[in-house]
Design a protein around this ligand. Structure first.
Ligand code: MG
Length: 184
């Protein structure tokens, strides 16, 4: 009896491809970490770049994030190569103002760590600091219509993760101090 071909996805391959393609498209984790730093340094002055990069890594380890990164980069590359169907080809290649699917795809990343990511996402999208400025350079000959939103969304999600964790840390310290005082 013949067995039907069973499709089995290798999660490690997806994670490795995500890292590989971000690097190939000129984005490093440190650059995303710098965006996180910018978003969070006023709230947590002791925050380090290394900590930010750890949180970027945590965001990138999620499958829904990897899926969005790979899908977005693939569409950017196809647009760069002129391989999309018209009129989608021009809409993505020229980053058309009324085409919003790039932001919508990026929202699937922002949502991973709750709603405060949404505020941060809006903020970096408006300001376009650091690596986002480079990705938005329309004279580079490259198309990053999807990737700029994806990178902003990863930074926003990592920022939410930090905010949630730091709040939990502060509460744990306050509780420990409280119980110490009660003992004395
Ligand atoms: Mg875009």
């Amino acid at each position: 009896m013949s067995q039907p071909n069973v499709y089995r996805l290798n999660s490690k391959e997806v994670a490795a491809a995500t890292e590989e393609w971000l690097a190939k498209r000129g984005v490093t984790k440190e650059q995303i970490g710098q965006l996180v730093m910018l978003l969070q340094k006023d709230y947590f002055p002791e925050l380090t770049l290394a900590e930010c990069v750890i949180n970027v890594d945590a965001v990138l380890s999620k499958r829904e994030v990897q899926n969005a990164v790979l899908t977005g980069i693939q569409l950017d590359i196809l647009a760069e190569e002129g391989k999309l169907l018209p009129p989608l080809q021009d809409m993505i290649a020229y980053d058309e103002g009324l085409y919003g699917c790039d932001e919508i795809l990026a929202l699937s990343i922002v949502n991973v760590y709750g709603s405060i990511g949404l505020t941060n996402f809006g903020y970096v999208d408006k300001l376009k600091p650091g690596v986002l400025k480079k990705l938005n350079d329309k004279n580079s000959g490259e198309t990053h219509t999807f990737l700029d939103d994806i990178v902003g969304a990863i930074a926003a999600a990592a920022s939410s993760r930090i905010a949630h964790r730091k709040q939990a840390e502060r509460e744990a310290i306050a509780e420990a101090l409280q119980s110490d005082q009660e003992k004395t």
